[in-house]
Design a binder for this molecule. Structure first.
Ligand SMILES: [Zn+2]
Length: 395
């Protein structure tokens, strides 16, 4: 779309910048967009003229959701495993190997169809930025092609060769770590921005995780990791040690873990350098206790919300669903949850051009079918996304 775009008659504009309350709310506002960027925010009555026009009709407008944790490159599904779990079987993470088998057997086009379907599904629910991880290939060729296909859809791509030790390396995990750090990283790095490790009992221990993440850093990738999901462990503090952008899950935290995250606070009061990304869809889908968001927030830790969209432990692409869970189950105020799903996700990706609607930001906007952001948690399960504008283009 060429020319400028004005979105006006916005009853409640969430800017995550200057304005009322933690969401920087402005009433009766308008946003002017040029060349994919926000260039002006102000009162609707004083809005400048533009080539194109969207009338929000008094509804709420938010920055597009930033989903900073998703696993979209896979084949098959695990609906039967979900049903068994709901009938009482515990979640162990072992089902990842089922998806690895299906993913290796899939063609490039089959993987591409799935990622595009899920990305489209998320976009219709207001997600304008979505991180995508590899991690179901676990061979040099399959990890490289997973990331090559992911990079067709997102610039936020993450190499997760250390998702689980594949069956063929089960009795020699050191050799697998060598493969990940060597030829697999070399093949994956050209398509990846980040490196991630599933640091958990039954997956990768702290020494293996540290070695793999250090190799990734040396190859120019940023660090994020899966930590403290299934039980207490060293993952969160390893993340802080390595200046991870985000430690994800954070379901089982010690006081020392919370203190380590809080100690990464920026001196200007803008939150912590390492973000705690909470993934309540995983606890919902594995019937597990939710992480204690309140404890992190009260300690001054920056919190993000993401879907963890994957076929095993959290097969949702819906950020509004995660916002509702966070409010109902994790003691987050609606404003805190909306911030975490937008600006928080941006922080977890070390981005300042998304998750906000201020001049200079990328023009990613969501028009709700509701007068306020409160409705995202107040009306769970209801399709409240009326229109999505991504990069200044109505979708
Ligand atoms: Zn994950």
């Amino acid at each position: 779309m060429s020319g400028s775009l004005l979105v006006d008659n916005i009853g409640e504009l969430v800017t995550n910048g200057a304005g009322e309350g933690p969401l920087g709310i402005r009433r009766n506002a308008a946003v002017l967009v040029e060349e994919g960027r926000v260039v002006w925010v102000g009162p609707s009555a004083y809005a400048p003229a533009a080539d194109h026009h969207v009338d929000a009709g008094g509804a709420a407008v938010l920055p597009g959701f930033v989903d900073s944790h998703a696993h979209l490159i896979f084949a098959g599904d695990r609906a039967a495993e979900f049903a068994a779990r709901m009938a009482g079987q515990p979640y162990t993470g072992g089902g990842i190997r089922t998806t690895v088998g299906a993913t290796r057997a899939a063609t490039d086009d089959e993987l591409r169809v799935t990622v595009r379907r899920l990305r489209g599904e998320a976009l219709r629910q207001g997600t304008t930025t979505m991180e995508i991880k590899s991690g179901y290939g676990l061979t040099v060729a399959d990890e490289a092609r997973s990331l090559r296909i992911a990079a067709e859809t997102s610039t936020e791509t993450t190499f997760l060769g250390a998702h689980v030790v594949p069956a063929e390396y089960a009795d020699r995990p050191d050799d697998y770590v060598g493969l990940v750090c060597g030829p697999m990283l070399a093949a994956a790095a050209p398509y990846a921005k980040w490196i991630d490790v599933f640091c958990e009992q039954g997956a990768f221990d702290v020494d293996h995780a540290r070695a793999i993440l250090a190799c990734g850093q040396a190859a120019g990738l940023g660090v994020r990791l899966h930590a403290n999901q299934l039980g207490p462990g060293p993952g969160v503090q390893l993340g802080v040690e390595l200046d991870a952008a985000s430690v994800d899950h954070c379901t089982h935290l010690s006081d020392a873990d919370v203190a380590a995250l809080a100690a990464t606070a920026h001196t200007d009061g803008s939150g912590t350098r390492t973000v705690a990304t909470l993934l309540p869809g995983a606890e919902f889908s594995t019937r597990s206790p939710y992480p204690d968001a309140r404890r992190l927030l009260d300690a001054g830790v920056t919190v993000a919300l993401a879907t963890d969209c994957n076929p095993g432990s959290s097969y949702t692409s819906s950020m509004p669903f995660c916002v509702a869970l966070a409010v109902r189950e994790m003691r987050m105020a609606p404003a805190e949850a909306v911030w975490a799903a937008t600006a928080g996700g941006a922080r977890a990706l070390r981005r300042d051009d998304i998750g906000v609607l201020t001049p200079g930001a990328r023009a990613d906007l969501v028009v709700l079918d509701a007068p306020s952001h409160l409705h995202l948690a107040y009306r769970p399960g209801v399709p409240l996304i009326r229109q999505v504008i991504r990069n200044g283009v109505p979708q």
